[in-house]
Ligand binder design. Sequence first.
Ligand code: HEM
Length: 420
Amino acid sequence: MFQWFDERLEISRLYNKFLRKAFPVHHSFFLGEIALFAFVVLVLTGIFLTLNYEPSIREVNLPDGSTVPAAYASVLYIDSLPFGAVIRSVHHWSAHIMVAAVFLHLLRVLISGAYKKPRELNWLIGLGLLGLTIVTAFTGYALPYDNYAVTATRIGYGIGASIPFVGGAIAEIMFGGEFPGSTHSVPRLYSIHVLWLPLTLIALIGLHLLIMVKQKHTQPKYAEKVAPGKILGVPLYPQQSVMMGILFLVYLAVTVFIAGAFIAHPIEAFGPPTPQTPAVKPDWYFLWIYGILQVIPSEWQFRFFGAVIGPEFIGGVIVPGILGAVAALLPFVDVSKDKVRYLELPSEHPVRTSVTLGVLMFFIMSTLAGYKIDLNLSNAVLWTLILVVPVLTGVVSYILLKALYGRSWERSSAEPQAAD
Ligand code: HEM
């Protein structure tokens, strides 16, 4: 039977060429896979949600006589279905896990130097994937159309609309008009969330993995000692596939447990949208931007060729834009190796490691600024924390790394090797 298929489809050639690809065994390589599993679970649970969700804000009556938007009523209906609330909760938690896994995967690529030549292209595609993952999560925010969802989405709308010259067009394309208010917003966000962004993600993830297979993984450090110059790892089929299968089942078990124990976003707790804005904060991965917006004074506003440059644009677009541009340029600036074959140790690259820790501290301090009112902190204190603590973190990390590993740098710089 197998032979019959093999003669026609050359399956064994495919097996030898593709399925025998060696995958290095290293725990940090599971992060990319977790991001992938989260995406698969999001698509599967999302398909169930689309069967019952109504993307409209037309008014409908609930059995208790109250009038609410149809989108809100349809999410209440989903929650009332058998397993409905848990499936919605798995969808919600998987979005959090995907953002976290993609970010941690980026960090592992960053601190191990895997972004360098020849993997610049995959680094850039990866940055695109991070951006798309976050935008996909954001477009899902508004869909339940409860008081929390509408308030949180309004912050994003304000940032998009604040972009000089193109802000109006972006708001029109993404929100179909003014948000909240326009009846086109929910259908527009819905189609972007369930169709356009997932399709783009599927295409880019496919390209990302194809390039990774073509270029081969960076090898963990131990491979340099065990089999120098050789590719060390287990074949994609069956060993790596079995490991991935087990990891997927573990992922599913953990996510279903979390989703069942902590039902996400109970919309009846927030209620349908009201003219009063509730005191809500965005999800954790937007909190740092929200924090920066909290500390930028409203007087920071000037005109540029007739366009208004205001706090929302500075905090919500310019600051993340600078970080994104620096990340995109990194592999073209850090050309310290001709071809990266082995993962680099963070301790051997003190400048990169301490700058990374400084940037992480910047995110933490900006997130803290998101609690400005709750913690009763002044702008002066928060600006000091946001600007000074990251620099101190970088300097202290560098000094510590030098004290702990300085000797080994001297030894390795004596060998013919590229600098940090
Ligand atoms: C939807 C998001 C993403 C998915 C599903 C994904 C998936 C993966 C997988 C499964 C691998 C192989 C295993 C591993 O090295 O962890 C990989 C490798 C890689 N990824 Fe991603 N990734 C995503 C986002 C990113 C991001 C945000 C970056 C960086 C900006 C990135 C850069 C890379 C690079 C450079 C490699 C090759 C690493 C090496 O050879 O050591 N990826 N990705």
